[in-house]
Write a protein that binds this ligand. Structure first.
Ligand SMILES: [Zn+2]
Length: 83
């Protein structure tokens, strides 16, 4: 699972000032993912969400990453660069 691996790899990063806070939130996010089952999937939600996204939204541009931080770029840019 790529997302799970991404969470674990981020937990080893020590060069963030707010690393304890980030680790706590990633831990919570990891627990939510581990508890998720097929019953939690609401049919049609992805299609609805994608239809509402702007054409320049990263979800419609192949989920680009920041070249400096290798972090996924959101609609506001790289979350690390703007920190
Ligand atoms: Zn960046």
């Amino acid at each position: 699972m790529e997302l799970y691996e991404a969470i674990n790899s981020r937990r080893t990063v020590r060069d963030f000032e707010n690393e304890p806070i980030v680790a706590e939130y990633l831990g919570t996010f990891q627990k939510l993912i581990e508890r998720m089952t097929a019953k939690d999937i609401i049919e049609g939600t992805l299609t609805k969400w994608l239809s509402q996204a702007d054409e320049n939204d990263p979800v419609k541009c192949g989920f680009p990453k920041c070249k400096k931080h290798d972090a996924y770029i959101c609609v506001h840019g790289c979350q690390v660069c703007t920190d």
